[in-house]
Design a protein around this ligand. Structure first.
Ligand SMILES: Nc1ncnc2c1ncn2[C@@H]1O[C@H](COP(=O)(O)OP(=O)(O)OP(=O)(O)O)[C@@H](O)[C@H]1O
Length: 368
């Protein structure tokens, strides 16, 4: 097939996945252009961001495979639409997911728009997910490599966005991708995978956050006994379910974070990983996005966090515009601010943002 009149802009991060993505598209004959996004000022006060080195890797790979490349700056868009949201969520005591927001607002909005203005037909990234198109529309499927599947982070994309997207690695295993990078002898073939939140990198999370939000220490309370367990460093540093406290010397630990009270600035902890207080039976979510059409009430499976097996749930669209998600089995450490993402087998149906978590009794009251 002659693909030479189809223009694909590849988001090149300087990593191995997007290097192989660009090479595959070029070999398939597409008119391929590589673009690096600079989303964060790497000369900030902490001085640790790898954007300069990454762009150098983009240059090396683009030259090796013979495609034009350049860089665009979305620092302002990223700061306003992703970083500000990230800080606001922490201020509210929630645990945000900047990767979900970055995909929604930057990679598949600012970047996609930019590519379209350049005359591109598609944008491609090295995400591990699949998209299929037919007369009924676009469907997003899990990446074939279950261990790398990134649909969780792509749950907020619309049909319209996905209709202009290619994920060439969706059918591949990460191991295969590395192997191909070696076969092609790409400059990034041995580059380590990036970890963590991109703008924080390898930095200490607490130190990073304290540079932007004032830490407000308060009391740590055992939710079961009311006992004061000492001082916490600031509610924003803690995530529901996180281990907190050593549990040595017979004090009943280890302790786990079970809740936060923003008004009193108290952190609630409970003893034991499986403490009942950490389990819930349903949740309420907003920012609802369904990629595939669903009825007002349906059964499917869901993920409440990235690294988790799917759980069976019943989803109900509520009259007030929120989503109610009831779990078949009690789930541990559901965290407001994180995404709940729905699946029907291989299909990622879409997702929403977790706002509230309910226990049996409250759920009934809530359902009224
Ligand atoms: N700074 C960037 N500029 C352009 N595209 C990017 C950038 N960061 C990420 N992407 C695109 O988004 C995809 C997924 O991003 P993610 O941060 O999950 O990268 P990754 O899995 O580490 O992939 P890679 O090995 O390509 O860095 C990348 O494969 C790439 O296509």
């Amino acid at each position: 097939m002659d693909n030479s009149n189809i223009t694909v802009v590849v988001g090149m991060s300087g990593g191995v996945d997007s290097s192989v993505t660009a090479k595959l598209l070029k070999d398939q004959g597409y008119n391929t252009i590589g673009i690096f996004m600079k989303n964060w000022d790497d000369t900030d006060e902490f001085g640790i961001c790898t954007a300069t080195e990454d762009y150098e890797d983009v240059r090396l790979v683009a030259e090796e495979i013979g495609i034009p490349y350049y860089s665009v700056n979305f620092e302002k868009e990223y700061y306003d639409r992703v970083f500000q949201y990230f800080l606001d969520e922490y201020k509210k005591g929630r645990t945000p997911n900047p990767d979900v927001m970055c995909n929604k607002e930057i990679k598949f909005k600012a970047f996609l728009d930019h590519a379209m203005k350049l005359g591109a037909d598609y944008v491609a990234t090295g995400h591990y997910a699949r998209v299929t198109h037919d007369e009924t529309g676009t469907t997003m499927l899990r990446g074939v490599d279950r261990n790398k599947d990134q649909t969780y982070f792509l749950n907020q994309l619309s049909q319209e966005q996905l209709s202009r997207v290619m994920f060439p690695l969706g059918h591949m295993d990460k191991k295969e991708v590395r192997k191909l990078a070696h076969e092609y002898d790409l400059a990034t073939k041995d580059k380590k995978d990036s970890t963590g939140i991109c703008f924080i990198g390898e930095r200490d999370f607490k130190e990073f956050l304290s540079g932007y939000l004032p830490a407000n220490p308060g009391r740590m309370i055992n939710m079961d006994t009311g006992e004061d367990k000492g001082q916490h460093d600031g509610l924003m540093y803690y995530t529901i379910g996180q281990r907190q406290g050593l549990g040595i010397g017979g004090d009943g630990g280890p302790y786990f974070v079970a809740g936060k009270n923003l008004e009193t600035n108290e952190l609630y902890v409970v003893s034991g990983y499986h403490n009942e207080a950490l389990y819930s039976s349903s949740l309420e979510a907003s920012d609802i996005n369904f990629i595939t059409e669903v009825p007002d009430r349906f059964e499917c499976t869901a993920k409440f966090r990235y690294r988790q097996e799917d759980e069976p749930v019943t989803v109900t669209k509520m009259d007030n515009g929120t989503l109610h998600v009831a779990f078949k089995e009690a789930a541990r450490a559901i965290t407001p601010g994180q995404a709940v993402v729905f699946y029907d087998g291989e299909i990622c149906l879409g997702g929403a943002t977790i706002d509230r978590v309910y226990k049996e009794a409250k759920e009934l009251e809530y359902l009224g």
